[in-house]
Design a protein around this ligand. Structure first.
Ligand code: NAD
Length: 246
């Protein structure tokens, strides 16, 4: 058990990769707070994952929600060992079509959320003997994409947030790393429609391994970073993309 006795919070955990990470963490002995804006799905997922899973309502852009989630964890467990900033949305539109509101919504959910998560979790992470923050970026944190103005810029920003926090928190025994998946079989990708679906189909043909990842293939990397196995890794970028960036 790599996470025996550890307490984790994962945002966007009601489905997709966040749910996969929660399943993996629980199997390795952790107590997991599944945080999501979707209460119905989040509660159903927590019930499915059993006694070690707890749902907390959390809109990652909302400071009050972050504080409430931390108050809940403090009253039940008194400490937080692992924070996974995973929640995200993907909106791809040409310059002429994307509005300021659409742009800012993606920036708030994908980027501001990472800053708020690290800021509000810090007091409880400081109580851990060895804490780990994992910020989920994308391979689109390394390259441009047609229509990816908001998504790509937010995912580049996650790298900067991660490195800055890693420098500030290294002395407090809190490690901070980013994870960069390629295409993964989650609702974000499988339920895409229109131009986005077309772009995904085209993208799949360019993956050297000729297939998308299963969420569990990303969870194993996130588990490594969450556990003490990665005790000397901080401020670093971990790619899981079937060879795409190569
Ligand atoms: P998903 O759409 O399947 O799930 C996202 C989850 O985030 C959902 O449960 C949703 O309810 C939640 N969420 C959305 N807005 C929220 C908010 N404001 N507050 C709290 N929760 C919110 O997505 P996924 O594919 O599992 O993606 C997870 C992360 O991985 C995202 O950051 C995404 O950008 C990144 N990523 C995904 C892929 C991919 O191919 N699926 C590739 C690279 C990176």
């Amino acid at each position: 058990m790599k996470l025996a006795g550890k307490v984790a919070l994962i945002t966007g955990a009601s489905m997709g990769m966040g749910k996969g990470h929660a399943e993996t963490f629980i199997a390795e002995g952790a107590t997991v707070y599944l945080a999501d804006i979707n209460d119905e799905k989040g509660l159903a997922t927590a019930t499915e994952l059993g006694d070690k899973a707890h749902f907390v309502h959390l809109d990652v852009t909302n400071e009050e929600d972050w504080q409430n989630a931390m108050d809940t964890i403090e009253s039940k467990d008194g400490v937080l060992d692992i924070l996974v900033n995973n929640a995200g949305i993907s909106v791809f539109l040409p310059l002429s079509a994307m509005t300021k509101d659409q742009y800012m919504k993606s920036i708030e959910i994908n980027q501001l959320s990472v800053f708020l998560g690290m800021k509000y979790a810090l007091p409880l992470l400081e109580k851990s003997k060895a804490a780990s923050i994992i910020n989920i970026s994308s391979i689109e944190g390394f390259h441009g994409s047609v229509g990816g103005y908001a998504y790509v810029s937010s995912k580049f920003a996650v790298r900067g947030l991660t490195r800055s926090a890693a420098l500030e928190l290294a002395g407090k025994n809190i490690r901070v790393n980013s994870v960069h998946p390629g295409a993964v079989e989650t609702p974000m990708v499988l339920e895409a429609t229109g131009a986005q679906k077309e772009a995904i189909e085209q993208f799949k043909t360019t993956i050297p391994m000729k297939r998308m990842a299963k969420p569990a293939e990303v969870s194993k990397l996130v588990l490594f970073l969450a556990s003490d196995d990665s005790s000397y890794s901080t401020g670093a970028e971990f790619i899981v993309d079937g060879g795409n960036l190569a």
